[in-house]
Design a protein around this ligand. Structure first.
Ligand SMILES: [Zn+2]
Length: 64
């Protein structure tokens, strides 16, 4: 008699049955996907003003 405990766990990415080797995911691929979400999701930087220190001081008073 085996309790169907393994039937409860599902991959958070694709909802397939979880593989014990890749818990809590069904495969390494899904584990990587989750990791990628963490990395990209945590790397959201509120648009920093582009062009800081990029205003070129026109030194053109040599050839007037
Ligand atoms: Zn999956």
């Amino acid at each position: 008699m085996k309790p169907p405990a393994h039937a409860a766990a599902r991959c958070a990415i694709c909802a397939r049955p979880v593989e014990p080797a890749y818990k809590p995911f069904c495969s390494k691929r899904c584990a990587d996907v989750d990791l990628g979400r963490w990395l990209t999701g945590g790397y959201v930087i509120p648009g920093e003003a582009a062009g800081e220190g990029d205003d070129n001081p026109s030194d053109l008073d040599e050839e007037s």
